[in-house]
Design a protein around this ligand. Structure first.
Ligand SMILES: [Zn+2]
Length: 608
């Protein structure tokens, strides 16, 4: 994930406006007939200057808080981000006075971006706005400092528990960790419901039905058309997902016994190598092909070559340098957090920042020396290079073409971490031949394809919650209905009445919209395919690395530097020549694996 500037949930100028005429509304403000296009321009300029001045200290305070959670840093960040959100909400509402003023397309786009740039719009009432900000901090803090204690003196933090989920194969221990982490979230439920209520008040003041309309309406197309677009993309991937699910369930059944993994039911969610069952790459050893395959163990290779955290980041930087991007600034190395501090609570969830919207780039991670984290570092740096590519634009245009683009860029780069690349940088001696590719593709599909329905359902849940279709009493059952419907997973044990399992997923208490990750999983394969063509790679697309291709680097930068000054359709066209998202690129990438899975599944009963 990335943070462009400040408080994750409260205000990010990263989402896109609706088309100029869409979603018109009756502003609460009285319209002054004398307003002109000049007034609109001046309003935009002043607003950008004012927001920039509020953002910087808010971003600094948020960084201090996330890298040192305590009462004081929490109070300061709540105060400053509260001020920023309140002012941004006021300006968003005020921008509506230009709804009927004839302005040039550029000004109209900025006005729309201003209105749609809120994630959790604050109500005008000052006390309510302050409360909304406080709730955001409290929820974030509960997640960040959350732990599970087995006994009085034996506690686990999330990083440790995530490790256990990834590597242990004792299903009772996995269940203990799975349930243990979910003890963090029941106290969040009431605060979350209150937060939704307050933000909905803010959304109503913007002339919207609720926050979900705001979130769905930020994609250069009408909110309902966008939802339909998501369905279309999911429909393209679904058959592949079901084949993968079928194989994984069968293999888990063999590993743990069919009394634990029943073959005609959804898969119990604690056995997939991940705390949320969202990516499954960690159970590759359980589901891998029987024939002996030569699959590179990047974790082992990193250890063998004495990679520490800094060296891992330096290596990722050199990838971008090979594409023609400038090196990261010195301050990046001084100010980033690479390792988890031993003496205090921090938010470990990886993120990338541009504190001053110019060149104060940083990443915040608790890097583990694994192949997975090596890819995460490439991903986070992708955010940083994107942030820098558009830092010359007016503030309102500094953002992702749509919010999926930011997530996709980092992942696109990570797709180039192929055996060929690892050999080029000296991490491995030999590139395994193509007969070994099924292993590599399966391992990657366990992360990329398995993730797609999860990426979709988190906001399916939240849209229903924010629109009031799902009430607080139904939060948890609605969550599990979606988990079953899309992912074919189920809770391994009956959930207690007070359970609030969505709260155990970072993006829910942190109020980060999640559809971006779904989009990113579709887009990254589209980007990768185009970049490989531009780089002149002639092999199969899953073996391609754009490392060292200045042509690909330039094509990538041409898209990145647009920020959100153009629609995402235009940005997409710049790189791929097409203005529509298309999941066939992900299917093409994994095509050899689909044949293999169908063969494995031919005598199995699939579905749930
Ligand atoms: Zn990211």
């Amino acid at each position: 994930m990335y943070l462009r500037n400040t408080k994750i949930a409260l205000f990010m100028l990263t989402s896109l406006g609706l088309s100029a005429c869409g979603n018109s509304q009756s502003p609460a403000l009285t319209e002054e007939p004398a307003l002109t296009a000049e007034d609109a321009k001046k309003f935009i300029d002043d607003a950008q200057a004012e927001l920039a001045a509020l953002q910087l200290p808010a971003a600094q305070a948020e960084w201090a808080y996330q890298t040192y959670i305590n009462q004081d840093t929490a109070a300061v960040t709540a105060h400053l981000s509260g001020k920023l959100t309140a002012r941004a909400s006021e300006l968003a509402k005020e921008s509506a006075k230009f709804n009927n003023v004839e302005v040039d397309p550029d000004t109209r786009r900025k006005l729309n971006l201003m209105r749609n740039g809120l994630v959790m719009p604050a109500p005008a009432d000052e006390a309510k706005a302050a409360r909304l900000s406080q709730l955001g901090s409290e929820l974030g803090g509960m997640y960040g400092s959350g732990k599970y204690c087995r006994s009085e003196d034996e506690c686990f933090r999330l990083t440790e528990m995530a490790n256990i989920m990834a590597t242990e194969r004792d299903h009772e221990l996995l269940l203990e960790m799975w349930e243990g982490w979910r003890q963090v979230s029941p106290p969040m439920k009431e605060l979350f419901a209150e937060q939704a209520e307050l933000a909905n008040e803010g959304a109503k003041e913007l002339g919207l039905a609720d926050v979900s309309e705001l979130w769905r309406g930020s994609y250069d197309m009408p909110a309902d058309a966008f939802a339909a677009e998501l369905d279309r993309l999911w429909g393209q991937v679904q058959p592949f997902y079901e084949a993968l699910h079928c194989h994984v369930r069968a293999e888990l059944g063999e590993q743990y016994g069919e009394d634990v993994v029943s073959q005609d039911k959804p898969i119990p969610a604690h056995l997939l190598g991940n705390m949320w069952g969202q990516t499954w790459g960690n159970i590759y050893d359980i589901v891998k092909p029987e024939e002996k395959l030569d699959v590179i163990d990047v974790t082992a290779a990193l250890a063998q070559h004495d990679y520490d955290e800094v060296k891992m980041v330096k290596q990722a930087e050199s990838f971008f340098s090979s594409l023609g991007f400038e090196p990261l600034p010195e301050t990046f190395w001084q100010r980033s957090q690479f390792s988890q501090p031993a003496d205090r609570d921090v938010v470990c969830h990886a993120s990338a920042w541009n504190i001053d919207s110019k060149d104060d780039l940083r990443i915040k991670m608790c890097i583990q020396k694994t192949g997975e984290e090596f890819a995460v570092i490439h991903h986070e740096l992708g955010h940083n290079y994107y942030q820098r590519a558009y830092n010359h634009l007016p503030l309102l245009y500094q953002g992702s073409a749509n919010d999926g683009f930011h997530e996709a860029i980092g992942d696109t780069i990570a797709l180039s971490i192929t055996p060929k690349y690892l050999k080029q940088i000296g991490l491995v001696d030999q590139v395994p031949d193509a007969s070994n590719d099924i292993g590599m593709l399966l391992k990657l599909a366990l992360d990329k394809i398995a993730f797609v329905p999860f990426g979709l359902l988190v906001d399916q849940w939240r849209w229903k919650v924010l629109s009031g279709e799902v009430t607080p009493e139904q939060y948890n059952t609605a969550w599990w209905e979606l988990r079953e419907k899309y992912q074919g997973l189920m809770a391994p044990v009956e959930r207690p009445a007070d359970a609030f399992d969505p709260g155990a997923k970072y993006h829910v208490p942190a109020n980060t919209p999640y559809t971006r990750y779904f989009l990113a999983h579709i887009l990254q394969f589209q980007f990768h395919k185009s970049l490989c063509e531009i780089a002149g790679d002639e092999g199969p697309v899953h073996r391609c690395s754009i490392y060292g291709s200045a042509e690909a680097g330039k094509a990538l930068n041409d898209m990145l530097e647009l920020g959100q000054s153009k629609t995402w359709q235009e940005a997409l066209q710049t790189l791929t020549g097409k203005d529509q998202m298309d999941a066939t690129a992900i299917l093409d990438y994994f095509a050899p694996l689909k044949g293999w899975l169908d063969e494995q599944n031919k005598d199995r009963q699939c579905g749930w």
